[in-house]
Design a protein. Structure first.
Length: 75
């Protein structure tokens, strides 16, 4: 079933409210390798990168999913 403009617009509005965007540049040809590696791990590129950042920061998965305001309230 093809996505309609309406469903895409709704998803885009939700994403704009719920997520921040970060542009990532990698050398030409690396995206394909990163995508294949992430897929081997059972992840999307986005999921793989999020997991790596979260782990490097020492943040639990549930903490990672909290909004920044909630995390700051715990300090």
């Amino acid at each position: 079933m093809a996505k309609t403009k309406t469903s895409a617009a709704v998803k885009n509005r939700y994403a704009a409210k719920a997520y921040d965007r970060i542009a990532l540049f990698v050398p030409k040809g690396r995206k394909r390798l990163i995508e294949a590696f992430a897929r081997e791990q059972g992840k999307s590129i986005n999921g793989f990168i999020n997991d790596q950042i979260r782990a490097a920061m020492g943040v639990t998965e549930s903490e990672w999913k909290q909004e920044e305001a909630e995390i700051n309230d715990e300090d």
